[in-house]
Design a protein around this ligand. Structure first.
Ligand SMILES: [Zn+2]
Length: 216
């Protein structure tokens, strides 16, 4: 199981522990004629590692433009129209591009064209199992669970207590140890939950929380 790296929802992501080497980047720029490997736009945002790759180096990476990268990272909403480019990208000869395209089409499969394209797409067994790696039945990236300081899983609606005083940046108060925060909400980051203290919405680090009760 993947751990440590901040996986976004689509599984084709930067892995900060494995910065693209200059050699990898040069290989990718040559492979792609220095264009985004999904939509052919330029200039490219850079190299992204495709999660769960059986390969390493350039074989495990794609070169993306900023538009594609932001949507894959989850920093921007998926815009179905932008992804019409997958009608070409899915036929790429590069497995990392096939895998990234397949995962995106899977996310977009409620769109008829994406659904049809997924049916037509041909990926070798090896590439298909890479594409499916780490994805649950709904095609979501397997999530790193959000847990409190004791390792107890946290869910939306739980109540937690603070196990130390926390200075709330920007709000000019200290949330005292022992404060109960009701009805927390999970975030995309397993180390952060949203909650309200003194009626102020704040982000709480899970390592300073202890679960007190289930959602009632
Ligand atoms: Zn692009």
């Amino acid at each position: 199981m993947h751990s440590g790296s901040p996986l976004g929802p689509y599984g084709a992501l930067r892995n900060p522990e494995l910065p693209a080497s200059a050699a990898t980047e040069a290989t990718l720029r040559a492979r792609s004629s220095d264009k985004c490997e999904l939509c052919s736009a330029a200039p490219s945002a850079g190299v992204q590692e495709v999660a769960h790759s059986p390969e390493s180096g350039a074989e495990a990476c794609v070169l993306l433009c900023t538009t594609c990268a932001a949507q894959i990272d989850g920093q921007a909403e998926l815009e179905p129209k932008h992804w019409f480019c997958l009608q070409e990208a899915i036929w790429s000869e590069v497995p990392a591009v096939q895998v990234t395209s397949w995962r995106l089409l899977h996310k977009l499969r409620e769109q008829t064209w994406a659904h049809d394209l997924l049916e037509q797409a041909y990926l070798s067994d090896e590439v298909l199992s890479w594409a499916k790696a780490g994805q649950d039945e709904d095609g979501e990236e397997a999530r790193i669970p959000t847990v409190d300081s004791n390792g107890t899983p946290l869910l939306d609606g739980d109540s937690v207590t603070l196990i130390k005083n926390l200075d709330v940046k920007g709000a000019n108060f200290t949330a005292k140890q022992g404060t109960v925060v009701k009805n927390i909400r999970l975030t995309d980051n397993p180390e952060h939950v949203d909650g309200r203290v003194n009626k102020v919405a704040i982000v709480l680090k899970t390592c300073f929380l202890k679960k007190v009760s289930e959602r009632s």
